[in-house]
Design a protein around this ligand. Structure first.
Ligand code: SF4
Length: 370
């Protein structure tokens, strides 16, 4: 809280971003039913705390989708470093590097959504408001403590000068701050995120629950391969709480095999299987989404602690949000397209790698600290 006060009273322009899951969990801290979507009220509350700009981590998630889909398609084409493991969950990436270091090369090189949003806020957005990276500070509202460690990793610094994200606060910590300031979420009216880093759709929202990253990435990879839209997921294609889920999607003439993994014991099972298959010269999986928490970030340790039913209701609220929003796929997001058109070029370009990827060197750096 003191660090935040210091930032808000500094000369910096302080922007804040909220993770996909926070909008369906913060309400519980104020007595609302689990899964109540309080997106607009979170924005209003953050403005009352003094943030100049309120951005949506869902935007960073949608950029992640474009980069990770490109990474998957390239690896499938070259038939190397498969299966591709997602890297959005810092609890999982640390677990993987520590317990299964030889799988490092399989981890996605993309930064996580909070880091991508931070990087774009200090480059793309800073330029828009005629400022430099050093003039802008970014605070994140996140579902867990490992996001605090992620923000401090050395590869998450723009041109080595400043951190992509300056300060991370959990959902529960945000609730404490709001209560200390006498801000009651239930009494606030909805407000909109600031543009352009607040224009988002269903793909970004899905990141908050298990299975959502894979679903969002497949929408874009499928479109890039076939030109069409991925058929809507049936609810039985989404994983049950605590279970590993596997399915295949026919993309053009290629059958892509996916696994959705939640929780570290399940992650161990899948990592051991991948290593065993590598030893035997086989491969049964192409893409593996791993999130450390059961249910994904809606079940994160920085969220209100209200049990399994609450986790299910929160995930259902994000799925509902995805159904309701007119933009379903990250590659259709006009604000995301604009960032690529004016700054990054194409997904996977040298510029995209500079600002949005941590690269193999990033993991090598992290390995030294574990
Ligand atoms: S799954 Fe859990 S540990 Fe991983 S980013 Fe989400 S809340 Fe954090």
């Amino acid at each position: 809280m003191e660090e935040l006060e210091r930032l808000l009273s500094s000369k910096k322009i302080v922007a804040v971003q909220t993770a996909p899951s926070v909008r369906v969990t913060l309400g519980e801290e104020f007595g609302l039913k689990p899964g109540t979507d309080v997106t607009g009220r979170v924005v209003a509350a953050l403005r009352m705390l003094g943030f100049k700009y309120v951005f949506d981590t869902d935007f960073g998630a949608e950029v992640t989708v474009l980069e990770e889909a490109q990474e998957l398609l390239e690896r499938l084409e070259q038939q190397e470093r498969l299966p591709l493991f997602t890297s959005c969950c810092p609890g999982w990436t640390r677990f993987c590097l520590k317990q299964f270091p030889t799988l490092e090369q399989n981890l996605s090189e993309c930064k996580a959504p909070q880091q991508i949003l931070g990087s774009l806020a200090k480059t793309y957005f800073a330029k828009k408001i005629r400022k430099q990276a050093k003039d802008v500070a970014v605070v994140s509202i996140m579902p867990c403590f490992s996001k605090k460690l992620e923000a401090k990793e050395r590869e998450h610094a723009i041109a080595g000068a400043s951190q992509d994200v300056d300060l991370v606060i959990t959902t529960h910590e945000l609730a404490q701050m709001l209560k200390a300031k006498g801000i009651d979420l239930r009494r606030l009216s909805d407000e909109e995120f600031d543009n352009p880093l607040g224009v988002t759709g269903g793909a970004g929202a899905l990141f908050g629950a298990t299975g959502g990253i894979a679903e969002a990435v497949m929408r874009t990879a499928y479109h890039a391969t076939t030109g069409g839209a991925l058929p809507r997921f049936e609810s039985n294609m989404r994983p049950a709480l605590g279970q590993i889920k596997e399915y295949s999607i026919m993309m053009g003439d290629r059958d892509v095999h996916l696994a959705i993994v939640q929780g570290y014991p399940n992650a161990s099972v899948v990592c051991k299987r991948v290593l065993e298959e590598k030893r035997n010269g086989m491969r049964s999986l192409d893409f593996v989404e791993v999130l450390g928490c059961i249910g994904g970030c809606v079940g994160g340790p920085g969220q209100p602690d209200t049990g399994e039913d609450a986790v299910l209701m929160r995930a259902a609220a994000l799925h509902e949000r995805d159904r309701r929003l007119p933009l379903r796929s990250a590659h259709d997001n006009p604000a995301v397209k604009k960032v690529y058109a004016s700054m990054l070029g194409k997904p996977g370009s040298a510029k995209a790698k500079k600002f949005l990827h941590r690269g193999q060197r990033g993991y090598a750096e992290m390995l030294k600290t574990l």
